[in-house]
Design a protein around this ligand. Structure first.
Ligand SMILES: Cc1cc2nc3c(=O)[nH]c(=O)nc-3n(C[C@H](O)[C@H](O)[C@H](O)COP(=O)(O)OP(=O)(O)OC[C@H]3O[C@@H](n4cnc5c(N)ncnc54)[C@H](O)[C@@H]3O)c2cc1C
Length: 418
């Protein structure tokens, strides 16, 4: 008997997890990417694999009100390249529409049902994988320098607890005990014990892609230039010639919109560009990912050095990166460590990546409403590493026509009615 065939476009962490879960239930998988697996956005994140504590979607009226102030601050967490504004306008309108309290509550419930399964899904996919040693279970810590910033998050913390997130408030002494490498300037912290992290997000994705190969799948290096369905069969046009497949999963991250458009769906997908700087070769002693409560930037000790990253730049897919932005984040983050000269001999390397974001900050996960053999898995915004494994599990269930145990209605590709 031959296994049913399926092609997954995109070998970022989301596509690779879809491929692995599809293989586990017997599909013959072809994974296709124009780059090496894990070389795009999934290379440069901060490594956090979290659960329900990430359930609150970013669009909120508090954020909408804060945007004008953020845009006036050159060191602020958000910049918009004004030339990109006409293209961005529909996304911004949808973003504001998603910020209302009742929409946000509904979306938070949806996200929490996915995130509640994130760690378990990773446990499944990492079993017996060369990627397993790259994941640690040390929790994560948000630290605050001011009472005001901590107090401003009180309502969100209460809400997260209602959604089932296990978060603990900790004081300055606990922070020193938990993370002696941090500067002694923090008056409050929020500890999440059941958050995991990877010490090498790019390698994690590559190792899982290796698992796809070892299990008999194919990893093809080619750029998909179009997708169409003819006579019920998927026909991909690539820079290496045509590729025909019985089934298709579109998991091309921030580049998924043209592929979805070719299949008849317009999606308001934007890249929320983020930056990091790596202080290569530095070991700081940080045990878990740290988020700075005031600026939302993060620090994670990776196996090749300390990574400091964050920020959102709305400038489309093709504008060149601004290295100054990465260094701004680095400057703000480097002072959070106790040793003022911790990076004295480090090589600094800058990076920019494209978070794939729909304006309601929910991903697109589910079947094409128009085809019986196409599924979508993109738009995982700031939490794609955390959501990747559970997305793969849900997609595999849907492809196999099994109940995924999660209502995927909120993640429909056509929910924006465009
Ligand atoms: C600074 C920063 C920090 C972050 N920190 C975290 C974190 O700590 N935890 C967390 O959960 N998330 C985090 N994220 C978010 C996370 O990195 C992303 O959500 C995730 O990587 C998205 O994965 P993806 O597979 O959808 O996209 P990608 O990794 O971008 O993969 C998409 C793939 O599709 C391929 N592709 C696109 N178009 C085509 C085409 N036409 N033909 C062939 N191939 C194509 C691309 O080459 C690429 O490899 C962070 C993001 C940033 C920027």
């Amino acid at each position: 008997m031959t296994s049913p065939g399926i092609t997954v476009v995109g070998a970022g962490i989301v596509g690779v997890c879809c491929a692995r879960f599809l293989q586990r239930i017997g599909f013959d998988v072809t994974l296709i990417d124009r780059l090496e697996p894990g070389a795009a956005t999934s290379f440069g994140n901060l490594g956090m694999i979290c659960a329900r504590e990430l359930s609150l979607p970013m669009p909120s009226m508090r954020l909408v009100r804060a945007v004008p102030r953020m845009l006036l601050d050159p060191d602020g967490p958000l910049v918009i390249r004004w030339r990109h504004l006409p293209q961005l306008a529909p996304w911004l309108v949808h973003f504001v529409c998603s910020a209302g309290a009742s929409t946000r509550r509904r979306n938070a419930r949806s996200l929490s049902s996915l995130l509640g399964r994130s760690l378990e899904a990773y446990r499944t996919i990492l079993e017996g994988s060369g990627a397993a040693p790259l994941v640690r279970h040390e929790g994560s810590l948000i630290v605050y320098e001011t009472d005001a910033a901590f107090a401003a998050g009180a309502a969100d913390r209460a809400w997260l607890r209602d959604l089932g997130a296990s978060i603990e408030e900790v004081g300055p002494g606990d922070i020193r005990d938990l993370e002696p490498a941090l500067a002694p300037v923090f008056c409050h912290g929020v500890l999440t014990r059941d958050c995991a992290h990877t010490t090498n997000p790019g390698r994690l994705t590559r190792e899982l892609a290796q698992d796809v190969l070892h299990a008999g799948g194919r990893v093809v290096r080619a750029e998909v230039r179009g997708a169409a369905i003819a006579d019920g069969t998927v026909r991909l046009t690539t820079d290496h010639g045509p590729l025909v497949s019985e089934r298709l999963v579109v998991a091309a991250g921030a580049w998924s919109a043209p592929i979805a458009a070719g299949l008849g769906f317009r999606v308001p997908l934007q890249a929320e560009r983020g930056y990091h700087t790596r202080a290569v070769g530095v070991t700081t002693g940080l045990r878990r990912p740290i988020t700075h409560g005031e600026t939302n930037l993060g620090l994670t000790q990776m196996d090749d050095g300390l990574r400091i990253g964050g920020t959102v730049e709305l400038a489309g897919l093709n504008a060149p990166p601004r290295p100054g932005r990465a260094r701004m984040v680095y400057r703000l983050g480097r002072r959070l460590l106790a040793d003022p000269d911790w990076d004295r001999s480090a090589d600094l390397v800058d990076w920019m990546g494209h978070r794939p974001s729909l304006p309601d900050h929910l991903p697109v996960i589910g079947p094409s409403p128009r085809h019986r053999n196409v599924w979508f898995a993109f738009g995982h915004q700031h939490i794609g590493l955390s959501l990747a494994a559970v997305t793969g599990q849900v997609v595999a269930d849907l492809v196999a026509d099994r109940d995924p145990g999660i209502d995927v209605g909120p993640y429909r590709v056509d929910r924006f009615g465009l």
